[in-house]
Design a protein around this ligand. Structure first.
Ligand SMILES: [Zn+2]
Length: 377
């Protein structure tokens, strides 16, 4: 078969002959040449094949069809050109069964997909069961209406997609690079006996651990954490404790505050009220309204992203409320977690002062739902 291909062009006039007849004729010619070349001298061989075709001749020798190329001068370049074609044809033979089968499967799958895709454009919409269409429409209408009214969507956002930042007040280095204990209480010799940063940290770690246990994405942040720049989260709570200064009178209570730049009755205010309600429910302290610029104009509010709801909680005064602040950090943390859940999940709202509805800033204060206590009270 290979041999007749080689000589196809030189023997164009014989193209009507069968392949086997050509092959036999070629073999006969080749045998005759071989005999004649043996009887002749070397120079005759050199004259037949030009220098350029020497390599091709060597190759053909190894392939076992050398003699076919021993035609007149025109044949030698012809052999050189056709050789690779024969080699390529032979190669896939061992795996032809498997590849043929896989090829068939491939063609079937691809054409099925193509036909299915094309048919989609021509199918009459009424072909789909009307009951199914109506069911889907009702479902989406309900979801849209529910979202507009501020109700939770039927499918809840997975907790791990929701991010909460907890600032452990005064943790880490201050802006100047120095250690920052926050407020401190001193004994009569001026030695520090209680540091605000420690109180904050004890509570903040418990809050973070508790929210992590509920699969929220929670981050513990330092007071001057670089991550606070353009910080984005569903909620940010900064935990602090108030001064140990002796005012000469009984000064007690917890304080909640938001940035003075944020709208009252926006998301920040809702977060603040959620924390205040729950903190007041757990912790035996009154709500104080002694707000300072440290709270309403905190450096944090100038850094975070404008759409990140943020609030600051002063757990209590370190002098009058010292026992509450130091004896049971678990209780304080639980109160804060319930407050965050109030904001995140619209639960734990026993006495909400905020009217539900859409604020001009775009934030929706959800309508109150039946309180679902996460922890027993
Ligand atoms: Zn502080």
């Amino acid at each position: 078969m290979s041999a007749d291909k080689v000589n196809e062009q030189p023997n164009k006039d014989e193209s009507e002959h069968s392949a086997s007849a050509i092959f036999v004729e070629l073999m006969r010619q080749a045998a005759a040449k071989a005999v004649s070349s043996k009887s002749k001298s070397g120079p005759d061989d050199a004259g037949k094949s030009p220098p350029g075709s020497a390599a091709a001749a060597d190759h053909s020798a190894s392939a076992g069809v050398t003699e076919v190329s021993l035609e007149p001068d025109a044949v030698a370049p012809e052999v050189k050109r056709i050789r690779p074609r024969r080699w390529i044809l032979r190669r896939p033979q061992p795996s032809s069964m498997a590849s043929g089968f896989l090829g068939t499967i491939f063609v079937v799958v691809v054409s099925t997909a193509l036909v299915a895709t094309l048919l989609m454009f021509f199918v009459n919409p009424e072909y789909v069961n009307p009951a199914v269409v109506r069911g889907l429409q009702l479902e989406s209408e309900e979801i849209i209406a529910g979202v507009a009214a501020g109700n939770p969507t039927p499918v809840r956002t997975p907790h791990w997609l929701r991010r909460i930042g907890i600032i452990s007040g005064h943790r880490g280095k201050s802006d100047s690079g120095a250690r920052d204990p926050g407020a401190i209480c001193q004994d009569e010799y001026g030695n520090s006996i209680l540091e605000e940063a420690d109180i904050n940290f004890a509570v903040a770690t418990r809050v973070v651990a508790s929210l992590e246990g509920m699969n929220y994405g929670v981050e513990m942040l330092d007071e001057f954490d670089p991550r606070l720049n353009d910080y984005r989260a569903d909620a940010l709570v900064s935990i602090h404790a108030n001064t140990c200064y002796d005012f000469g009178e009984y000064v007690s209570g917890y304080i909640v505050a938001i940035s003075e730049a944020r709208p009252e009755f926006g998301a920040d205010a809702f977060l603040r009220e959620c924390i205040a309600e729950n903190y007041g429910a757990y912790v035996p302290l009154e709500r104080s309204y002694n707000l300072t610029a440290d709270m309403t104009d905190n450096h944090t509010w100038r850094k975070i992203h404008p759409l990140t709801p943020g609030m600051i909680l002063e757990l209590g005064y370190m002098l009058a409320d010292q026992a509450v602040l130091t004896e049971d950090p678990d209780l304080l943390a639980r109160a804060i977690v319930d407050g965050i859940l109030c904001f995140m999940e619209n639960v734990n709202r026993p006495t909400s002062q905020l009217e539900p509805g859409r604020h001009p800033s775009g934030y929706v204060i959800p309508a109150m739902v039946t309180p679902t206590p996460i922890f027993g009270r």
